[in-house]
Design a protein around this ligand. Structure first.
Ligand SMILES: [Zn+2]
Length: 339
């Protein structure tokens, strides 16, 4: 059963006989993109040229094109699948299952004629991710170390909303984060009836529009370069400005600032500057969530992703120890260490 799944040196997650997820593999006719984050788009141009089919959700296609405008994802080899809509290829059946991570994110299930089920979780947050029961599981290991636990005892989303509400009384509030998470933060605020205008640069705006097209409830958005947006920001009027983390060093320096980061385990909120706070809003499961997922999947064999994060070996060891399930990290040597 071991050969049913593996992770190649370049990070390609190989499932069953035909599928390579999240990086190119020359022996696999099917490429799957689980979601639009860059560490899951490896060799996509090559896959578009060489693979018979490149599968992803509709939302992932739209989002990936916005995140990298040089990507053209309209080729005939692209097949967009809905969650739960199976695709037959040879003797295998491939299904994308929702993952709670960024818009469009999917888990992958490959079933063969003998009924063996091989699954890849992709990146996920356990909260709203349905666990895929399977025989062999490839699992994300981003927060795969026992030191990566968020046992805060508070609802970080509610905390974020109340921090923004409080600071809006003093003028504009700047929120910094990565693409996808910024749009999630917008929706959290709107769902909590925070009705002030949202202001953002072009790129954040165009990604928000994709999220809106795919059902996220976003409204009242202005471009920071338009007259409306400029007036709000220059006048320090009550609004929330959303910027990519990379802009942290040069915008909103005198304003209330909230940075959204998954790499925070000591407290749900920490002051990092005079008017700047870090809030532990993450789109990945912490260590406990990863263990919980593996347990509920009932997998008999687990491979931890040691390419995208170097916690694969630790997580495999903990799975063996805590659950008594066979688990190995792949590839053996860790790959890149960025998210
Ligand atoms: Zn991701």
């Amino acid at each position: 059963m071991a050969a049913k799944a593996q992770i190649a040196k370049n990070g390609a997650v190989l499932l069953g006989d035909s599928v390579a997820c999240d990086a190119f593999n020359e022996d696999r006719p099917l490429r799957i993109v689980t979601h639009a984050h860059s560490d899951h788009l490896g060799g996509l141009r090559k896959s578009l040229r060489c693979c018979q089919k490149v599968l992803m959700t509709h939302a992932t296609r739209d989002l990936a094109e916005k995140l990298d405008e040089s990507l053209k994802l309209r080729a005939s080899s692209i097949v967009t699948l809905d969650y739960g809509e199976p695709l037959r290829f040879g003797d295998e059946r491939i299904t994308l299952v929702k993952a709670d991570h960024i818009l469009g994110a999917a888990q992958v299930l490959v079933e063969d004629v003998d009924g063996i089920r091989v699954a890849y979780s992709g990146d996920f947050r356990i909260d709203d991710t349905p666990v895929v029961e399977c025989d062999v599981l490839v699992v994300d290991a981003t927060y795969g170390s026992p030191s990566c636990r968020r046992r805060f005892g508070v609802d970080v989303r509610k905390l974020f909303v109340s921090m923004v509400e409080k600071r809006l009384r003093g003028g504009s509030v700047y929120v910094f984060g990565y693409h996808g998470k910024l749009q999630e933060a917008m929706q959290l605020l709107r769902d909590a009836d925070v009705s002030v205008p949202f202001v953002m640069p072009q790129r954040v705006y165009s990604i928000a529009l994709v999220c809106k097209q795919h059902g996220m409830r976003l409204s009242g958005m202005s471009l920071s370069t338009d007259a409306d947006g400029r007036e709000l920001l220059e006048g320090d009027l009550p609004c929330v400005a959303f910027y990519h983390m990379n802009s942290r060093g040069y915008v909103g320096l005198r304003n209330a600032r909230i940075c959204l980061s998954g790499w925070e385990f000591t407290s749900p909120c920490r002051q990092i500057g005079e008017r700047e706070y870090l809030v532990a809003l993450s789109d990945h499961s912490d260590f406990d969530g990863l263990i919980e997922y593996v347990k509920r999947s009932k997998a008999k064999q687990v491979i931890t992703d040691n390419y995208r994060m170097s916690h694969g070996a630790v997580l495999a060891k903990e799975i063996r120890k805590r659950l008594g399930v066979s688990a190995v990290p792949m590839p053996k040597e860790p790959g890149q260490t960025t998210l």
